[in-house]
Design a protein around this ligand. Structure first.
Ligand code: PEP
Length: 236
């Protein structure tokens, strides 16, 4: 079965009100295409980014519904701001904020429970790949972090060593990992590839078996880079 592809942009801690017009350009280019498109800007831009013709997501949320968690945002708050997606378990949060698989699972459950789609990130470090442990590391991350529901869930395979480096795994390595993830999550969950996706490599990556879309960091910041990645979905 072919799943409708999802191209999601992760703006990380970039962006401002002045660049929201990029989303308008992306929306115009994506209109009518057989692909889902989402942009995940910083929290502060979510409400202002909605209603422009592209689905909006968040980059993280707290697992709890409310409480004494200074500086945090709940899934329901994100929905109220207009978010339809939420990334959980990005490797930068696992590294910077010491998030465990159990934390990621709790966040994914909260995201799906609030009615959003969770984009759950997994991926190995370069040391783990060199040691031949990439697949077992990702399988362990999935075992510890998959939410209770497979509905409204996407997995993003993001090798840590490929994020922001310009490096990408071989097609064979992407295919091997996505097949391993497919075996765990079943046929209906989209499996995105993320890590240095660019206009120059998107078509090739997007047509590897079991690649149902992309999670894009740096190349999602401008329509000039992001639109060709969306268009690459239909390049054969
Ligand atoms: C990411 O951080 O999710 C990512 C894939 O970044 P980049 O595309 O810049 O490697």
């Amino acid at each position: 079965m072919t799943l409708r592809k999802l191209i999601a942009g992760n703006w990380k801690m970039h962006g401002s009100l002045s660049v929201l017009t990029e989303i308008d350009t992306i929306a115009a280019a994506a209109k009518g295409r057989d692909v889902d498109v989402a942009i995940c800007p910083p929290f502060t831009l979510i409400a202002r980014a909605t209603g422009r013709g592209v689905a909006i997501g968040a980059q993280d949320c707290h697992a709890a519904a409310k409480g004494a968690h200074t500086g945090c945002v709940s899934a329901a708050m994100l929905v109220e701001a207009g978010a339809a997606y939420c990334i959980v378990g990005h490797s930068e949060r696992r590294a910077d904020n010491f998030e465990t698989d159990a934390d990621v699972k709790a966040k994914a459950d909260a995201v799906i429970g609030a009615g959003m789609t969770a984009i759950l990130c997994v991926g190995e470090t370069v040391e783990q790949r060199r040691a031949g442990q990439a697949v077992e590391v990702v399988e362990a991350q999935l075992a510890g972090s998959l939410p209770a529901s497979r509905d409204n869930l996407a997995i993003a395979y993001e090798p840590v060593w490929a994020i922001g480096t310009g490096l990408v795994p071989s097609n064979a390595d992407v295919a091997e990992m996505h097949a391993a993830i497919r075996a765990v999550v079943g046929p209906d969950v989209r499996i995105l590839y993320g890590g240095s996706v660019k206009p120059s490599n998107a078509a090739e990556l997007l047509h590897v078996a079991n690649v149902d879309g992309a999670l894009v960091g740096g190349a999602s910041l401008t329509a000039a880079d992001f639109v060709p990645i969306i268009e690459a979905v239909s390049v054969r």
